[in-house]
Design a protein around this ligand. Structure first.
Ligand SMILES: [Zn+2]
Length: 106
């Protein structure tokens, strides 16, 4: 059976708690989710950064502020589209992907 989130809870501006259908609860740092964004643009950025580790990325001021989640909308019953406070919202976080991220909360 496919695992699905049963509850989303914002713990504070920087962390999120997801309860899963098998009873597991996981805590997510918003910055971790932002870094794991699965959209093509972010995947390419990560690939480019990995290819040239000596190159420094110049961050815009809005990229330096701690990122928050503005909105989290269910997409087609298999994923969430997350809108981050930096305006980025092209990543679809599938349940499968979300389940792999985060830390288990006892
Ligand atoms: Zn992205």
């Amino acid at each position: 059976m496919e695992l699905t989130p049963t509850e989303l809870k914002r713990l504070d501006d920087q962390s999120l708690l997801i309860s899963w259908s098998d009873g597991q609860r996981k805590r997510y740092a918003v910055s971790e989710l932002r870094k794991a964004c699965p959209c093509v643009m972010c995947r390419n950025e990560r690939k480019a950064a990995a290819a040239e580790p000596e190159k420094l990325t110049i961050l815009a001021p809005n990229e330096l502020a701690p990122v928050k989640i503005d909105r989290m909308v269910l997409a087609g019953n298999y994923a969430y589209r997350i809108t981050f406070s930096d305006g980025h919202n092209t990543g679809l976080f599938t349940f499968e992907h979300l389940r792999e991220l985060g830390e288990v909360v006892e």
